[in-house]
Design a protein around this ligand. Structure first.
Ligand code: AKG
Ligand code: FE2
Length: 224
């Protein structure tokens, strides 16, 4: 039995569709997931796994770990995410991934979550990441915002505890602050399965503290 969570939503952008979610994961779920991540083993530093990615424009300086899919709480979060995406045609979620950033510049430079060259499978079908959730699992560091480089700036009356407009890479970026338990959801693909160039985003460098987050990536398979 999954416990009910009364999250609320705010539409950030209609096109591309991007939605901010308040209270998507409860505090006991966060404590549970962080404990589970610590028990599961060691976080792998992205650049230890992929040393040649150091020269990539979308450089990712962070560590990550996959959560076990057979865990009951993980399953409840997948069910909640499935209910959230509703009628969006999809083929389920990837294994949930916890990401950890340390102070001193850990970051993820501008990138897309979709595969730019999706692997095709023998049947002639291919799968890509149609939509993403990024959930903030604490702590609340200085810096470490998720910056969407092509979304409209937040309106002046937007809650400064959650949103800001900051200049990143010389572009005005709409930035989401890592508020524990809250999440961003956005679409990566158009309905014709081509990539939406407007959802390029980055995790800005951590100035101090530690940041944990979780990627919940929705798959869609289609004829290539
Ligand atoms: O850490 C963030 O704020 C965003 C992370 C992200 O975009 C990713 O892991 O793909
Ligand atoms: Fe991303």
């Amino acid at each position: 039995m999954c416990s009910a969570v009364n999250y609320t939503t705010e539409i950030v952008s209609l096109d591309p569709l991007a939605i901010y979610i308040n209270g998507f994961i409860s505090s006991w779920e966060i404590a549970y997931l962080r404990d589970l991540a610590d028990k599961e083993g060691t976080f792998t530093h992205h650049e230890a796994k992929y040393p040649d990615h150091k020269s990539h424009a979308a450089r990712r300086i962070a560590s990550s770990l996959y959560l076990p899919s057979d865990d009951l709480v993980v399953d409840c979060i997948v069910k909640r995410s499935t209910a959230f995406v509703g009628f969006i045609p999809n083929d389920g979620f990837e294994v949930l991934q916890v990401v950890k950033y340390h102070e001193g510049g850990d970051r993820h430079d501008p990138h897309y979550d979709r595969f730019l060259s999706p692997p095709s499978i023998p049947s002639g079908f291919t799968c890509n990441r149609v939509a993403s959730f990024f959930v903030y699992l604490g702590d609340e560091p200085e810096g470490g915002e998720t910056c969407f480089h092509f979304l409209q700036p937040a309106p002046q009356d937007a809650d400064p505890e959650k949103f800001s407009n900051i200049n990143s890479d010389d572009r005005l970026g709409f930035a989401v602050k890592p508020v524990t338990g809250n999440a961003m959801f956005w679409m990566n693909l158009h309905s014709n399965n081509t990539g939406d160039v407007c959802v390029q985003h980055s995790a800005l460098p951590l100035k101090s503290g530690t940041k944990y987050g979780m990627n919940i990536l929705l798959r869609r398979c289609f004829e290539a």
